[in-house]
Design a protein around this ligand. Structure first.
Ligand code: ZN
Length: 328
């Protein structure tokens, strides 16, 4: 073990022992991932590659009790959670959750939950990923005036990431058909081919429960729920549950709100729909550790990963202090 690794490990352990209490005073860390890349991708610097993810999982396995999400939330509510307990989640249903992350989790016997938007299985691509792929392959100088975006100078990876993130931010809250249409126009304009291998196949999703991975629902097409008429939001929530139950042959009991920010991305009525649809729990992207007082239908999550191990360890520890989180 190198010195930095023992420092980070010691830091987590010591602070965790102080800050993470067990039983009725316990708090639960729910970690959020999206992709786990087979190798580093300059366009996706915040997504871990396989080696980095394996290191995260080693740290978790050495320092935390890692429980399946539903067990973690149930024991939090019962007041029987061990100290330093974490749960691992993935959002959206990327194929590399199956091909890259699952083998790493299985090697360490770590459970996880993957929240899938089944509308993109078998060759689909979410609008934000279409934009990133377009900005990856676009020429260095590109005139996006016809799309209302002006001239872009995409001279290096950093400029391409900035452009892609800017466009995603500009279009994210448009009606979902409109943002999809614009992303397709952008891809066609720069000659980017659709990436049909990005998300899992239904067959891969069906295999995950037997590999120790719970499947959770994440709506059908990943809309911002608060921007939809409530009936459409209900169809998205309930429809994703039904479709994933058909695929897996198992009850789907966990839900993740797309984008997941309370008030901005979902509201009280969506929490009620999720509860009435028969889910056991739901997770948001509100930042923090969950406590016994947390709404089980708005469990906060954290993404503590950082470039340097020490900052990562410090973020993880800090999450225990951030017990005040937002609910609708
Ligand atoms: Zn998502």
């Amino acid at each position: 073990m190198n010195p930095l690794s023992s420092i980070e490990s010691g830091l987590i352990h010591a602070a965790g022992a102080l800050l993470s209490r067990r039983g009725t005073r316990a708090s639960l860390l729910v970690l959020i991932y999206h992709r786990v890349l087979p190798s580093p991708d300059p366009m996706l610097p915040s997504e871990p590659d396989a080696a980095t993810f394996a290191r995260h999982m080693d740290l978790l396995a050495e320092n935390f009790t890692v429980l399946p999400l539903r067990d973690g939330v149930a024991r939090l509510r019962q007041g029987s959670l061990p100290a330093r307990t974490a749960c691992i989640t993935f959002d959206d249903g990327y194929a590399n959750n199956f091909t890259v992350a699952t083998p790493i989790l299985r090697e360490r016997s770590l459970p996880a939950t993957v929240f899938v938007a089944p509308g993109y299985l078998d060759g689909g691509c979410m609008f934000n990923d279409m934009i990133f792929e377009a900005c990856r392959t676009a020429p260095e100088q590109v005139d996006l005036g016809p799309l209302g975006l002006g001239e872009l100078a995409l001279t290096d990876a950093a400029a391409r990431i900035r452009a892609a993130q800017h466009i995603v931010d500009q279009w994210k809250y448009l009606p979902r058909e409109e943002r999809r249409k614009r992303a397709e126009q952008l891809a066609a304009h720069v000659g980017a081919a659709p990436n049909t291998g990005l998300m899992m196949t239904a067959q891969q999703v069906a295999q995950l429960p037997a590999l120790g991975i719970e499947i959770g629902a994440h709506t059908l097409t990943h809309p911002i729920l608060s921007r939809l008429p409530v009936d459409e939001a209900r169809d998205e929530i309930v429809g994703s549950r039904q479709r994933l139950e058909e695929i897996t042959g198992q009850p789907i009991l966990s839900f993740a709100y797309p984008n997941g920010r309370p008030h901005r991305d979902y509201a009280r009525e969506h929490v009620a729909i999720v509860r009435e649809a028969g889910f056991e729990l739901a997770v948001s992207t509100s930042w923090g550790a969950a406590t016994a007082r947390s709404d089980p239908f708005q469990i906060p999550r954290i993404a503590p990963w950082d470039k340097t191990p020490l900052r990562y360890a410090a973020r993880m520890v800090n999450a225990y202090r951030e017990r005040e989180f937002v609910c609708v």
